[in-house]
Design a protein around this ligand. Structure first.
Ligand SMILES: Cc1ncc(COP(=O)(O)O)c(C=O)c1O
Length: 398
């Protein structure tokens, strides 16, 4: 069979990614895997048997289109209690990870050429989806308080002045990926005002809200600050319990829910996974979130300590209060894309800065994640990575 002439001419645009990211390495500083050191095997076994005994028979049928009701009720009460965002379970849909909800929302919003505003660097999966849709991605300057909303306002006005329709403000508002910063309370209020003023919805990604390690309490989600359906929200249990569970969710206002229904939410996750996660969290959420944070604290501190020991003084890095990643700046001219194969050869993976940019520039930055390896492995891996960067000339020669 010659398949070449049979493929759809309507495929997503090709977005190239560094091949090294697919390699198998011992030190994985390139993926925000759930922390396997605290994986709750026994708790999940108990939760699943309880759930199967109670409602396993429902698995003989297809699940409700928006997913398991108990899980959606639990999400609604967590959003009200933890994120200051009272939410109706009817406005929630379960998805295949946060990525599934993001993909479904982008499918119903984005036409080629649509302007979408994102942080100065943004999560590579969403970037990739936006680029595959042909979106016009505009990076907004971002600092320790998150996206600069004054700049955002000006950039939206600029797009409107060009006679084009700005479509979405996409923000990872808590422990931002990759920068680790959290959008301040004041800027949240301003962003909601900007969204209302220009009629451009906010798509708020709080995938890392469960991972506060220390520092100030988190400001509330914008979802709860807005009373005019301007904010859509996405998060997941993948980073908390297991990426393989593929359980995430979106929260959207009624007109968007109606639109999503027509594309069947991009497919809903396994009902069994939803039943098990629902039961596990109903019984253990608070204690488990605390255990994850304390494990992540040891890993974060191991990575920060190792960077201090092995990276030279002409490099800088973030010191996040939560989340799973550290953002590193190397001297001007360092090429983290070009050095990735040498790192992979030495058994270490990281994310070069350009994968978080539509323009694929800023190669002297990189993101290091600390959720997967143990603190000892992290110390060894950072020492190895420093050796690679030294040999490849990324630290400069001076
Ligand atoms: C900000 C952000 N959103 C979404 C995702 C996708 O996560 P999931 O595995 O829940 O689809 C990730 C994964 O790294 C992420 O960092």
């Amino acid at each position: 069979m010659d398949y070449a002439g049979l493929f759809s001419s309507n495929m997503p645009l090709l977005v190239e990614m560094p091949v090294g990211l697919q390699a198998d390495t011992k030190y994985v500083f390139s993926v925000t895997y759930a922390d396997k050191g605290v994986f709750p095997a026994e708790g999940l076994i108990d939760a699943l048997s309880k759930a199967i005994r109670r409602e396993g028979e429902t698995l003989s049928q297809y699940p409700p289109p928006q997913g398991h009701l108990g899980m959606r009720e639990l999400i609604a009460s967590t959003l009200a209690g933890q994120r200051g965002a009272p939410t109706d379970p009817e406005s929630i849909f379960l998805s295949g990870g946060a990525g599934g909800a993001i993909g479904a929302v982008l499918d119903v919003f984005i036409d080629p050429g649509d302007a979408v505003f994102v942080e100065e660097f943004s999560y590579l999966g969403t970037m990739r989806m936006l680029l595959e849709h042909g979106a016009d991605v505009r990076h907004v300057p971002t600092d320790v308080n998150g996206m600069d909303t004054e700049a955002l306002d000006e950039m939206i006005e600029h797009v409107i002045a060009e006679g084009r329709k700005p479509k979405l403000i996409y923000t990872i508002s808590v422990f931002q990926n990759p920068l680790g910063v959290t959008l301040s309370h004041e800027r949240r209020r301003h962003m909601v005002e900007i969204s209302q003023k220009h009629g451009v919805p906010i798509f708020e990604n709080e995938s890392y809200a469960d991972f506060r390690i220390d520092g100030d309490p988190l400001p509330p989600a914008m979802l709860g600050m807005d009373d005019s359906d301007c904010v859509m929200y996405v998060s997941a249990y993948t980073k908390l319990i297991g990426c393989g569970l593929r359980l995430g969710y979106g929260v959207v206002p009624p007109p968007v829910m109606d639109s999503l229904k027509t594309i069947r939410f991009g497919g809903i996750p396994s009902h069994l996974a939803a039943m098990g996660v629902y039961q596990y969290l109903a019984d253990n959420r608070e204690e488990y979130v605390t255990d994850v944070a304390s494990s992540l604290r040891a890993k974060r501190d191991a990575m920060l300590g190792a960077l201090g020991t092995h990276f030279p003084s002409n490099t800088t890095w973030s010191k996040p209060d939560g989340g799973m990643m550290i953002w590193v700046k190397l001297p001007e001219g360092a090429d983290t894309m070009a050095a990735l194969p040498a790192a992979v050869e030495a058994d270490v993976k990281y994310n070069p800065g350009p994968v978080f940019r539509a323009e694929r520039d800023r190669a002297n930055y990189l993101r290091l994640t600390y959720s997967h390896n143990s603190p000892d492995e992290i110390r060894d891996g950072i020492e190895i990575l420093a050796g690679v960067f030294q040999r490849e000339g990324l630290f400069g020669w001076g």
